[in-house]
Design a protein around this ligand. Structure first.
Ligand code: FAD
Length: 106
């Protein structure tokens, strides 16, 4: 199986980059596509423990896809949930777009 840390870093990069380039006012189709993507991503994520917890999180707190900022904040919350679980520092979600709009800095 893939390295859980390498997989995690690259996956968060993909997810937050999708959020940062998601429209500020998405169409109904774009909203439906994003919901399907998150649902399938959570089902197919190739770390089964991670996938189970992410699916449970997305079931308890349904992804908010009505705007770029809503989705970015939702995703930041999902990432912080994993950070808490792993004993990592929580990220200040008011800074998510600044962190991800021009790509990773670390
Ligand atoms: P990462 O957590 O990968 O973060 C990368 C960068 O994102 C950070 O350097 C920071 O700049 C930024 N960042 C951090 N927090 C946020 C935030 N809240 N919002 C926006 N940006 C942020 N690993 C496990 O061991 N067990 C699990 O159950 C698990 N579940 C996961 C579920 C998912 C859906 C994903 C994508 C990953 C999961 N991982 C899990 C991997 C884990 O989250 C980390 O990716 C991995 O431990 C590497 O951590 P890192 O310290 O390099 O930074």
């Amino acid at each position: 199986p893939p390295d859980v840390e390498v997989l995690g870093r690259s996956s968060w990069t993909l997810l937050h980059s999708i959020a940062a380039t998601y429209p500020e006012t998405p169409s109904r189709t774009q909203q439906a596509d994003l919901l399907r993507f998150v649902d399938l991503f959570a089902k197919l994520y190739p770390c089964w423990v991670c996938a189970e917890d992410f699916q449970a999180y997305a079931a308890a707190r349904v992804p908010r896809v009505a705007s770029r900022d809503e989705f970015g904040i939702w995703l930041c919350g999902a990432h912080n949930e994993v950070n808490r679980k792993l004993g990592k520092k929580e990220f200040d979600c008011s800074k998510w777009l600044e962190r991800w709009k021009t790509g990773p800095k670390d």
